[in-house]
Design a protein around this ligand. Sequence first.
Ligand SMILES: Nc1ncnc2c1ncn2[C@@H]1O[C@H](COP(=O)(O)OP(=O)(O)OP(=O)(O)O)[C@@H](O)[C@H]1O
Ligand SMILES: [Mg+2]
Length: 406
Amino acid sequence: MAANWLPIHKKIREVIRINEEVMLWGGAGSSKTWTILKQVFLRALAFPESRHICLRQRFEHTKTTLWPSAKDLAVAEFGQEFWERCETNRSGGVWKIMVNDSEILFGGLDDKERVEKHLGAEYATVYINECSEIMDSAPIDLISSRLRQKINGRHMLFLDMNPPARSHWSYKRYIEEKVSGRAAFRINPRDVKENLPASYIKRLKELPERLRKRFYDGEFLSDIEGALWSFDMIESTRRPQDGLAGRTVIAIDPAVTANKNSDETGIIGCGAVGDGFKVYADRSGRYKPSEWAHVAVKLYDDLQADAIVVEVNQGGDLVKQVIKSVNQNVKIVEVRATKGKYLRAEPIASLYEQGKVEHAEGLEVLETQLQEWVPESGLPSPDRLDALVWGLTELALKERKPLFFA
Ligand SMILES: Nc1ncnc2c1ncn2[C@@H]1O[C@H](COP(=O)(O)OP(=O)(O)OP(=O)(O)O)[C@@H](O)[C@H]1O
Ligand SMILES: [Mg+2]
């Protein structure tokens, strides 16, 4: 399918023409990345023997999202033949596309050695993808200091992101401060609806409020006063924890009744990694007892977990029986609530504050619950949060002996 550029893209081109640092921000799927990648390709074609680098916080994400986008954009915009003429090299810590005699590099900021290597070279263009994932602006200033390859034209620094919280450095840099040569341009899915399936826009519109604000309306978020988890604490989970994987558990917070209005059953898979922890999966949902037990045991198998953690205050025996009826051999760790929810959740939030928890991708609903729950607000704590707290408590507070090991 050919690329289809709309009037709003013309406006963006105008912004790019008169600035040297351009941030595209807004909702999800609004063509931020394609728009910038197209510029990168055009610049690689325009300046002989030029070098361009596209970076994201984690190289892993560069490989799985940015690289495929570059390929799709190149084919859609310049044709399959053009792409086949580009030489690609997908080895080592930097992947490369040769466009004629120019190179476009793709890397990550998560490895100091590699970053130093990037800093050893000079570039015509730097593109930082999803820069909300970067906790401070120092790496951006450092990398952009290498924008000095000799070319017959202007150097460009491009960035894009879904807007994070106002406390993030990007808010000050792009929204509050006015600096000549620097511009921020907002583009939302509804601005490019001609290029998106109607069902996608509808799904974004129907997201829970905080997610909708960020991914549909493309608005910066405010941290909720009194919430235990802030946006920055959630962003810190994008950094990988180092070390060997240790125990893995599945934690369940079962819904008491199963009807349309009943609570969700929280089902979270998490494990120890080195000194820290990783949340692997959230399979929570509105299930009947027979269903959630299957979902939990499947996750136990998928993650080859060591145990399923179950709170036994309310109907604990029944919960155990239901799990055992699905698989007799599952190890169950029973836990008992002796403290209030706030006191249970607070040490877990503190692990996040210390940067000790990593999240797998796709945990947005859990992440939203964490940021929205205000202790003592009178509202019930969300079930995904409860399950997460049980799981990480089991892993983190090792001195506590399990009450029962079946
Ligand atoms: N000019 C275009 N013509 C046709 N389709 C396009 C165009 N730009 C983007 N798309 C389509 O929209 C999708 C989303 O674009 P892109 O990945 O650039 O959005 P994004 O704003 O970077 O999204 P995210 O917030 O998820 O990073 C692309 O995968 C592509 O299918
Ligand atoms: Mg993008």
